[in-house]
Structure formats: structure tokens, C-alpha cells
Design a protein around this ligand. Sequence first.
Ligand code: SF4
Length: 379
Amino acid sequence: MLMSGLYLHIPFCSRRCVYCDFYSTTRTDLMPRYAGCLVREMGLRRGEVQGPLHTLYIGGGTPSLLPPALVGKLLDAAQACFGIRPDAEVTLEGNPDDLTLPLLRDLRGAGINRLSIGVQSFSDATLSFLRRRHTARQACEAVENARRAGFDNLSIDLIYGLPGESLEQWRANLDAALALEPEHISAYLLSYEEGTPLETLRRRGRVQEAGEDFALACYRLLAAALRSAGYEHYEISNFALPGRIARHNSSYWQGVPYLGCGPSAHSFDGAGRRWNDSSLTAYMEALGRGLLPPQTCEERGRFTAYNDYIVTRLRTSRGLSLAEVEALFGADAAAFALHAAGPWLQAGRLVRTAGGRLRLTEEGMFVSDAVMEDFIRVD
Ligand code: SF4
């Protein structure tokens, strides 16, 4: 089995943000034992990866809560189990208030060479509403500290469509982000996920979800501002300076196999997906006994591979190749895709390039879910 990417999930946060439905817990006292379990899982699954790794991503949760010694232990284990290419992209997600200069120097020394910083907003009032731990000033300091510690590959996460935020405030957020000159920016529309406190506030009428027109205006502003600052809009929510696209996430969208370790982490072996159950207790119990954690395998139907191809490729600015669809899935699949594309091509949400590729336009990227839905084949 070929695998070249590794994802390590760190399911710890010091407190829960109001909008978040990711799997994580505030039991940070468990981190040292948990790191030992991750090392054991890598050992048990070493045969699933054909190393050396091209990318390694430590996500969460809040991986910047991990003491650097534990980060070093995880990277050592990954090196021992799979090997890591000398030019590998090695990313760690961090919360601005954790990213002090000494910590960043230690992380750099341990082998982390890219940071994804959860800034979300440069408004202190918004950050406090979101129950983020940091302030706008701390976000700027985190970036300054990272530069001083030698990081030359930084990504910043932002959220738009926040309750009460105007288009001018969003523009101010973008300006603040651009002033920090990160190599990469990811921006997401605030979503109201079932079971989150934010969704409860919405249901009780305490906050109002951004309307579609306003969200589209924010998205247009985002794309225009970042494009004029020299960023390539290479995926629905992702922008990068030349040569700085996120290699790990891009491999998800190109169908490259990867291994995910930790509770709720997903893996893809090139043919199918499976994921560890979202239970820290079950995970640590199994690995404590030297066993693999409980996993679920995706059920794959006749069209699953085609559908996977569509929803991953169409997300990116490269789009999908109709010739490739035909070669991989047959002439009827290519005809189906072309038929599905028809109305969206007419509406200007898709374009067909001279090379026979279908790509979302900027307006198309905003309604990508609806476009992709039309391409999906069901048994
Ligand atoms: S820090 Fe990240 S993972 Fe943790 S609760 Fe907040 S958004 Fe979720």
C-alpha cells in the first residue's frame, strides 16, 4: 500500500470554542499518556505507509498545547516508523496565545517547519464571543515570534460571516491578516453545527446567521483582496503565495494516500477510507493493551470512487479532467459529468478550459456544494 502523508490528531483544547464540533477534550492532563498511545499506533500501522513521508500534519484540537518534548517524541517515532523526507512539509496547528518565542524555537528545533495559526479574527469582541483564548494583539505577536524563531512558512485561519460583523469589519480583518504577510491564508464561512453552543444561540434567536447575499459579498471581497495581494486562490477556502500551497491538504484533494492516527482521524489507502472511532477512552484503552483502536471502514458502492474524484478535484482551481474521468471511470461517467456540468456552465459557475478541464469560477466556488451535488452518482 502506498502512503506518503501522515496526520496526527491531538484531541486536546484548554477550552471549547462556541462554534466547534471537532473531536477534542479539555483533559490536557492526559497528553503525555496520549502521546505514548500515538507512538504505539504508528508502530502498529507502520506497514500501511510507504515512506519516507512527504508531508506530516499535527492537527487538532490544539497541538500547540503539547510540550515540545512530546512533539519531538512524535516526530522521532514517525521518522523511525516511516521515515521523513528531508524536504517534507511538517505542519503544526497552533493557537496564538500558546505561540511564545521559546516554544516556537523548540518546535522549530524539533523539526516543525510550517505553522497553521488559528487567528480567526482580529476583533477582540468577536474573539471573545467565539470563546477563543487569544486577543488580536496575541495573534500578531504569534506571527512575529514565529518569524523570529525561523519559520518561513505560515498559514493563518480566518472566519467570516460572523454575527454582527459588517463588510467593512471583514475588510479590516483581511487588511490585518495581509499586513502580517503570511504565506498562506484559509478562510471559512462560520457554520452553525448541530450540537454546538453557537447553534443553540441561533435557535434561541440570540444570534443571526449571515444571509447568503452577505456571505457571498464577504467571499467576493476575500477573493479580490487576496488576489490583488498576490495570493493564488487554489482551493475553495485556501489562498497561497506562489509556491506555498499547503502540500498536506492538497494531497487530500489529489487522492494521495495518507494515514491518520488518533481518535477520529481518517485514513485513505488509495482505494478506501477508514477512521478511528471518536473516543479518547476507547483509543487509549486499546493501545494500552497493544491493540489497534476501534475503526470504521467506509462502505464503498459502485460510484464511490467516481464521487470521491469529483468532490476532491472540483474543489481546486485545477478542476477535473474529463479525459481522466473517462480513463478512470468509463465513457458513461464522463458523459454524466458533462451533462451535470451543462446548467452550471451556462450560469457561469463552471468553465470548460481548452484542455478539457472543468473548473469552478469564483462564483461557482461559493456554491460548490450545489454544483458537486449535481455531479454525484447514486446506486
Ligand atoms: S481550539 Fe480549535 S479544536 Fe479546540 S475548540 Fe477551538 S476551534 Fe475547536
